[in-house]
Design a protein around this ligand. Structure first.
Ligand code: HEM
Length: 241
């Protein structure tokens, strides 16, 4: 079997596991009852206030900022850089690239360094801060290593040994039409893609689930109105009947 076919199969399997696994988890989160009213106070007293609070949490990492400034700094730099890098990658999946994706290209490129710096800071915290090292397990190190590996192999393709990005694009556009095109064989590209597939596969069974999970966190998504409205979880309402 050629490398192109092998990687095509790998990406089909990874995409299936990523999408199905993530959907399953989101349904599970949505169905999990929140029996108690536990918004972290001071909390908004209206629905729109909660939407605003959640937006600040997702975009600015507000509660982390209130907690630890260094973790906030490295965490925020990593996530914003990751978002820019991912936007830059959209060009591999579109034949006619949107203007916004074209505009983001230079930012996405340098964000590759931001990603690496953020990750190294977060990794340093797990190694050097005693109280964090105590709660760090092998999977935390492995996920950081995986992301650093993706970043380094990606940057190496831009700054050390180029790959044929036109061929990479035809390969991925081909996958979308179930038409397998040849993939360039440079080791840094193959390692980059292999690590990305591993990331997609472990995503729905790892701590990376904090991404969808934040939206389901009762301490963040509840309105502070226990005096105005009695809080009854759906299953408790069933018992009342
Ligand atoms: C199937 C998905 C992916 C493909 C096809 C892909 C492909 C590539 C290619 C061809 C480059 C070199 C760009 C150039 O030479 O101009 C690159 C760079 C890079 N990739 Fe990926 N990649 C994928 C997913 C990811 C993911 C999920 C991440 C982050 C978690 C990532 C992080 C990076 C970084 C940081 C760079 C260096 C900066 C840049 O050139 O954009 N890649 N990728």
């Amino acid at each position: 079997m050629s490398v192109s076919v092998l990687f095509a199969l790998l990406f089909y399997v990874a995409t299936l596991l990523f999408v199905a696994g993530l959907a399953r988890k989101i349904v599970q989160y949505a169905k999990t009852p929140a029996p108690l009213k536990i918004p972290t106070t001071p909390a908004p007293t209206t629905r729109s206030g909660v939407v605003l609070r959640m937006a600040r949490e997702v975009v600015l990492f507000e509660s982390l900022f209130k907690g630890t400034k260094w973790t906030w700094l490295f965490g925020w730099v990593f996530h914003v850089s990751l978002a820019l890098v991912l936007l830059r990658h959209v060009r591999y999946f579109q034949s006619d690239v949107w203007t916004v994706i074209e505009l983001v290209q230079p930012f996405g490129l340098y964000a590759g360094f931001g990603m690496a710096i953020g990750l190294l800071g977060l990794w340093g915290r797990r190694i050097f801060v005693e109280r964090i090292r105590y709660i760090t397990g092998p999977s935390d190190h492995l996920i950081l290593a995986l992301l650093v590996g993706i970043g380094i192999t990606g940057l190496s393709m831009k700054f050390v040994h180029h790959t044929d990005i036109v061929a990479v694009k035809s390969f991925f556009l081909g996958l979308l039409r179930f038409d397998i095109q040849p993939l360039p064989g440079e080791p840094n590209l193959l390692i980059h893609l292999f690590l990305v597939a591993v990331l997609m596969i472990i995503f729905p069974i790892s701590q990376l689930l904090h991404a969808p999970g934040v939206f389901f966190s009762p301490t963040r998504n509840q309105v502070e109105n226990p005096r105005e409205r009695r809080h009854v979880a759906p299953w408790a309402a069933e018992l009342d009947k």
